[in-house]
Ligand binder design. Sequence first.
Ligand SMILES: *[C@@H]1O[C@H](CO)[C@@H](O)[C@H](O)[C@H]1NC(C)=O
Ligand SMILES: *[C@@H]1O[C@H](CO)[C@@H](O)[C@H](O)[C@H]1NC(C)=O
Ligand SMILES: *[C@@H]1O[C@H](CO)[C@@H](O)[C@H](O)[C@H]1NC(C)=O
Ligand SMILES: *[C@@H]1O[C@H](CO)[C@@H](O)[C@H](O)[C@H]1NC(C)=O
Ligand SMILES: *[C@@H]1O[C@H](CO)[C@@H](O)[C@H](O)[C@H]1NC(C)=O
Ligand SMILES: *[C@@H]1O[C@H](CO)[C@@H](O)[C@H](O)[C@H]1NC(C)=O
Length: 653
Amino acid sequence: MSLLHAGFTLLLLLLLSGQSLGASHSFTVDYQHDCFRKDGEKFRYISGSIHYNRIPRVYWKDRLLKMYMAGLNAIETYIPWNYHEESPGQYNFRGEKDVEYFLRLAQDIGLLVILRPGPYICGEWDMGGLPARLLRKKNIVLRTTDPDYIAAVHEWMGKLLPMIKPYLYHNGGPIITVQVENEYGSYFACDYNYLRNLTKLFRFHLGEEVVLFTTDGASVRNLKCGSIQNLYATVDFGPGGNVTAAFEAQRHAEPHGPLVNSEFYSGWLDHWGSHHSTVPSAVVAKSLNEILAIGANVNIYMFIGGTNFGYWNGANEAYSPQPTSYDYDAPLSEAGDLTEKYFAIREVIKMYRKIPQGPIPPTTPKYAYGAVVMKPLQTISDALEVLSFSGPVKSMYPLTFIELNQAFGYVLYRTTLPVNCSKPTPLSSPLNGVHDRAYVSVDGVALGILERNKVIAINVTGKAGSQLDIVVENMGRINYGKNINDFKGLVSTLYLGSAQLTGWTMYSLSVDKAVSQGLLGENRPKQRDPPQPAALSPPTFYRGSFIIPDGIPDLPQDTYIKLPNWRKGQVWINGFNLGRYWPARGPQVTLFVPANILSTAAPNNLTVLELEGAPCNSGPCTVELTATPILNATVQSNYKQHRRLYVKEDLSW
Ligand SMILES: *[C@@H]1O[C@H](CO)[C@@H](O)[C@H](O)[C@H]1NC(C)=O
Ligand SMILES: *[C@@H]1O[C@H](CO)[C@@H](O)[C@H](O)[C@H]1NC(C)=O
Ligand SMILES: *[C@@H]1O[C@H](CO)[C@@H](O)[C@H](O)[C@H]1NC(C)=O
Ligand SMILES: *[C@@H]1O[C@H](CO)[C@@H](O)[C@H](O)[C@H]1NC(C)=O
Ligand SMILES: *[C@@H]1O[C@H](CO)[C@@H](O)[C@H](O)[C@H]1NC(C)=O
Ligand SMILES: *[C@@H]1O[C@H](CO)[C@@H](O)[C@H](O)[C@H]1NC(C)=O
């Protein structure tokens, strides 16, 4: 080996070891100059939120590229615990849940990552990301040093954080900062030992070098219980307010260091039964400009909202669930389309940062596959053999979902009428214990619907001994506020007149399994079926199929499903659970159908579980695949809208 060669090898070794020791990769808070430093240089991030769990994996790259082309230098994502821990101790990080692949994609594209691994995330996600199984301990105090809660958190973080560690910036990855908890100052518990405990836990797994931070609503009151020493305190606030005043709240907790708005709201969330939220681009652009002008760091929440597929939506209080779409009126639509807001934001960023040249990935085309004729299958009560693999559980008083070992979906509660109800007799839940909606039938005849906070009594008629079937839907767990320990099912017993109903038989329903395995049979008309009142039918499955036309290039393409005159339910294509539909309440009317679930090789199977009544008796029994979304159908709103400033406090009405 020549001297020169040896010297070169030594230099190479030094360089390599320098890399792995992090000498050339560093990300720090500079308290003296009120900024972040990346590799020693002054650095400011302009970031956008994208939740991989709300976007099909095949589209991750497209959405990230669009974000990069908007001029962002970072993205932000949550990691929802309950999305990955599918059953106690069983973790899934594969396929659609491959968060490591998502991080690598972001890095390949040139985006840094702000990671928010919870354990609590809020995020309009079921139970704020906490697994429902925590509720097996009935009196657990979530988000505190409750020993069972802490033990579960330590177990989860012991799995997650070591996986994340190689992706930290100083280890050669894209992650520049990691958030601990989320908006803890808005939670009633104010348990500093909990935050300290989490800090120790995060440090233990991730090391001393990474910047750990907290996020709270921009008010001194929120920061009081949300921030502690050794976690960098940041704030969140939306457009339209006084930016200077908002950052003064952060300065109260962090007299020095970079200004950071961790959630700058580009739009806002929706609830079933309220108007679709929109925020004008000009308002967003103006506030963004003010934030950037004072040199602050910002994360735009959301940059793309995406979809609450399946049962993943959360709810606010007083109980009010969010719809399937999480479009958020964000700069990229639910389907990843470029919007006017995207370009308005890009124009603002352009004034502060050189933005990438070259073509922006275009909006993906949508295809209207047309009407699909649906045929009735069995009702839930008729299909128990294929829906309830484990068979029924009996108990004097009703059990909750979690006591039945079920987290999501639907449970059938069955008992008999103890007395003759020849006159209309109230079936009631005086303690408001129907969580969240109950579809009531007697001897197969639908008689009414009970709904949490809205309808606590209906009248029933029937003979003593008649079968009372109550299908209870979990509409999504509360994700914000003090009642995130949101039990589902009949959480208190029902009364018939003044008599408590007892002697329950409960069926856990594996609806998704039965749908994806094609186990549901056709409806056999029965002699004993009395004529159904036109207004309401018991929860019933329907099936139809459609083929992707030949000879049109680039099919399959994305589409939207619309269910005209259907009422409320759940819809699947080829076994993929697209989410809940509820056009009768709105504002969402169409559901996003990503092309990746469609097949050109076989007819596509569409299954609907209609809970209230399909249009099939009185009109065309069809659903429609259209090219245009409708998220803003006017509804009679029950809720006072008072959110001029778009802050989380306004979520409790
Ligand atoms: C965290 O809390 C658990 C349960 O209360 C306790 O056992 C553990 O010692 C705590 N750890 C730290 C570092 O405070
Ligand atoms: C914004 O807040 C700052 C600091 O509280 C205050 O000085 C300023 O007057 C406010 N601006 C407006 C337009 O209200
Ligand atoms: C219900 O009414 C029927 C007659 O319609 C009667 O035979 C029966 O004993 C009654 N049952 C109860 C529990 O009152
Ligand atoms: C039940 O029926 C009674 C008597 O017909 C009626 O007064 C009452 O308003 C009804 N209650 C409900 C909840 O429909
Ligand atoms: C739809 O169901 C039919 C009948 O079970 C099956 O042959 C077909 O492969 C299914 N289509 C898809 C795309 O899975
Ligand atoms: C819904 O949105 C569409 C497209 O943005 C708009 O044209 C329409 O006027 C809106 N409808 C309502 C009722 O707000």
